[in-house]
Write a protein that binds this ligand. Structure first.
Ligand SMILES: Nc1ncnc2c1ncn2[C@@H]1O[C@H](COP(=O)(O)OP(=O)(O)O)[C@@H](O)[C@H]1O
Ligand SMILES: [Mg+2]
Length: 297
């Protein structure tokens, strides 16, 4: 494939070329048998935080995910891209058992967090979702104050023993989510009164407050304007120091800017996983190439 980068939209190209955003390359493993899943590239890593093996997902009789095998590295940001309906959200929900809340949905395969089976009978999905937090496309603050939105999970999980500890935790979470300065005098105002971008940062603060290890983000900026989007992307850059992040995005520029590896999904299959630069400049699979060059989507 010759000089694919020349054909990329300018913003994606400049994101890839920008020096300030360079993240360390994730150490991957080679012994993967591509025959098993058909995924090409580097779906497995040396230092996995979460892993899936032989993952199928069904809604009733309809299969939505076909044999996904993937590792997500510790402190990695992995982007998940692909056409609408290809199973990105479904797969993300496998990782914190949100599919359990959809009665017709059935998940198979083995899924681990630090090597622990997250679907084991003794796993409490509520505790799992504190360890593997989620931020949705549409900001969904609770109909409560800004303070209570952030304090909610911490209270539920008994993370603060008194009011002053809770105050500190709320403040620290809002600071990490880049929202504190804007709301510090309005903590008792309803979370739903904030702007869209602020609401999304409030939801990130809420997820962070319970001290998660992994944060799943499902198109977290697609309902936001470019300025709010830039703020969230900067925030992700800071969050990657402490968390493992999987982000579903429709924006190639966003994937190129924030992620170390990119996973390309197509019709429920994981077609290709590679370091982000490779996916955007030298994809191995024709389907990946077609998508990133805008031939369909
Ligand atoms: N709650 C649901 N009930 C039935 N089918 C669903 C449900 N959610 C998703 N699907 C189906 O699963 C497939 C993958 O959807 P989804 O994971 O939402 O894709 P993406 O996030 O990539 O757009 C689609 O065919 C979609 O119609
Ligand atoms: Mg989706």
């Amino acid at each position: 494939m010759t000089d694919l980068i020349g054909t990329l939209p300018g913003m994606v190209k400049s994101s890839l070329e920008s020096e300030e955003n360079k993240l360390p390359v994730v150490e991957t493993r080679d012994e993967f048998d591509v025959e098993i899943s058909g995924t090409i590239g580097k779906p497995l890593v040396q230092n996995a935080k979460m892993s899936s093996r032989n993952c199928d997902v069904f809604y009733g009789d309809k299969q939505a995910i076909f044999n996904i095998n993937l590792d997500i590295g510790k402190n990695e940001i992995i982007a998940m891209i692909g056409p609408s309906g290809c199973g990105k959200s479904t797969y993300l929900r496998v990782l914190n058992r949100m599919n359990d809340t959809i009665p017709i949905c059935r998940v198979t395969g083995e899924h681990t967090l630090d090597g622990e089976d997250i679907y084991a009978a003794e796993q409490d999905p509520v505790l799992l979702r504190a360890r593997v937090g989620m931020v949705f496309q549409k900001p969904n603050p609770f109909p409560k104050s800004i303070y209570d939105n952030v304090a909610y999970g911490a209270k539920l999980h008994g993370l603060a023993t008194n009011r002053s500890e809770l105050d500190d935790l709320v403040e620290a979470s809002l600071i990490k989510a880049g929202l504190f300065k804007e709301v510090k005098d309005d903590l008792l105002m309803p979370g739903t009164g904030l702007s869209g971008g602020q609401q999304q940062r409030l939801c990130i603060a809420r997820a962070i407050a319970v001290d998660p290890e992994v944060i799943l983000m499902d198109e977290p900026t697609s309902a936001l304007d470019p300025i709010a989007t830039a703020t969230i992307e900067e925030l992700m850059d800071e969050l990657k120091e402490n968390y493992t992040i999987a982000i579903v995005t429709h924006s190639m520029q966003q994937a190129a800017r924030v992620s170390q590896r990119t996973a390309y999904f197509h019709l429920g299959k994981l077609v290709e996983v590679n370091d982000t630069n490779t996916v955007f400049t030298n994809p191995e699979h024709k389907l990946t190439e077609n998508y990133i060059t805008g031939r369909f989507g």
